[in-house]
Design a protein around this ligand. Sequence first.
Ligand code: IPM
Ligand code: MG
Length: 370
Amino acid sequence: MAYKVLVLKGDGIGPEVVGEALQVLKVVTREAAVDIEFKEGVAGGHALDLHGTPLPDSVLAQAKEADAILLGAVGGPKWDDPRADKRPEQALLTLRKELGLFANVRPVKAFRETAIASPLKPEIINDVDLVVIRELTGGIYYGQPSERREGKHGREAVDTCVYTEAEISRVLRFAFEMARERRKRLTSVDKANILATSRLWREIATQISAEFPDVKFENQLVDAMSMHLIRRPRDFDVIVTENMFGDILTDEASVLAGSMGLLPSASLGEELNSAGFRVGLYEPIHGSAPDIAGRDEANPLAAILSAAMLLDYSLGLKAEAELILQAVEAVLRDGYRTRDLGGGPGARVIGCKAMGRTVRERIESLQPGA
Ligand code: IPM
Ligand code: MG
């Protein structure tokens, strides 16, 4: 039997970085005991141009059939009209919701080799190793009403933040379980001094913490947390938060790693796939970077590391995932850098394609029997 992986390259630098990651997946699983069938689909602005919708029904159907999905990025200035009723980002929101991918896992690891690319001092970021679990299918991203309208005093707009107990507790349990597997520390982030949804979140988090006495648990307010995250990032292990706070905090957290171009993510649901693991959507946390699209300058490492998470979380191919990580670390150690990672002593700045190829060559030399 073959596992099905759906590849959605998307817009901007998406096709470049996912192209490299896809080749990495093929090389690293060549000797694996399972077959993987890769299918490609369209999503985002590109799909909007071709089919008039950011996510054609046929692609959604393919996504529902897949064991895992690898995605690049969606969006770009071409589709940025704020009055447009169809936007590339809707492809992502629909996929997340329709596949029930409520837990977005965003690991942030500071490689010593790329610390130079961060504006933060090495003594702050060295050895940072944390994971942000962002709730992904609720909150203000999905609450209704969400609209612009004519009010008594002219134009007005409304968004709604709503969370149910079930939504809050499933992502918190997921985060507690993950903390248990790691350094046993969990920080839940909210804005309980202002928001009703946050007060419910904090109440449930505190209740569930009693079921995990081995995990050291704390609550933090999101404004304070945004400061702690860059002042003392090493104090954190697993951080769990609601949808929009997680969106914002993970961009901030990327500064710890040196570049957005290094950060992968996994979005997971409760449903199990034909391999018996969680169905997941894997994507770099960076966007479509239209300014550098098509110039072979993008950093494919976030996409490549996302592919590693795909093998690990959705297909159970841990050894292969580990091989990718080792190869990426080795390549960075050897001084290879894409432009976003800056120079530094001994750095060799290369393009997107060359970075992908260098990682693949390293995988081949690390592969058993090489
Ligand atoms: C992310 C992105 C998306 C989000 C956008 C592209 C819809 O910023 O995955 O962090 O806001 O969730
Ligand atoms: Mg974001």
